[in-house]
Design a binder for this molecule. Structure first.
Ligand SMILES: [Cu+2]
Length: 174
């Protein structure tokens, strides 16, 4: 995804840990404009950046070779969320970039899982995001990231990201 605006006004960080021994970090975006949100946090040797933007077209490598799209993203693994019973059409793109904090280069082959949960206007159960591995069209491998299109109405959400044994929790107002 190309990020056109960083609309984050405030980020608060706090450290945490789980009984399992993973270490985590929480971040909060307090207000946003223009619908693009970028929140980086440092957790256990990783820089884990959550980005929300508008829905993206996502192509397999074969589709991209065949149709030469001009915008969107290439999927290296996984598949695009199409929406379906009980969940509206995807309206946003949720992606997570994972850098090795020491080298600030993409972590190699991290295990990434992502869930989100609406907190308001109505509390909902956590939903897990089918994680695809993507690179923006015309971007190089430094853009590699994890996530999918999602259907998320306006509201406040908690997004939890696990990267190997590290985790980060984000509170986002969309
Ligand atoms: Cu993406």
């Amino acid at each position: 995804m190309k990020t056109y605006s960083v609309a984050l006004l405030a980020v608060a960080l706090m450290a945490g840990s789980t009984a399992a021994g993973a270490t985590g970090v929480a971040a909060r975006s307090q207000a946003t404009t223009l619908g693009t949100v970028t929140i980086p946090v440092i957790a256990s040797g990783y820089r884990i950046t959550l980005i929300f933007g508008p829905r993206e077209a996502m192509y397999t490598q074969a589709e991209a070779r065949r149709t030469h799209p001009k915008t969107g993203e290439i999927m290296l693994r996984g598949s695009m969320m199409m929406g379906g019973t009980g969940m509206g059409m995807p309206n946003r793109h949720l992606e997570v970039h994972v850098l090795d904090r020491r080298t600030m280069r993409p972590a190699s082959n991290p295990m990434v899982s992502i869930t989100y949960q609406a907190l308001s206007p109505m509390m909902m159960r956590p939903v897990s995001v089918p994680v695809a591995v993507m690179v923006g069209l015309s971007m190089d491998m430094s853009d590699i990231h994890y996530g999918n299109n999602v259907s998320m109405a306006g509201g406040t959400y908690r997004v939890s990201v696990h990267v190997n044994r590290a985790y980060a929790t984000y509170t986002v107002r969309l």
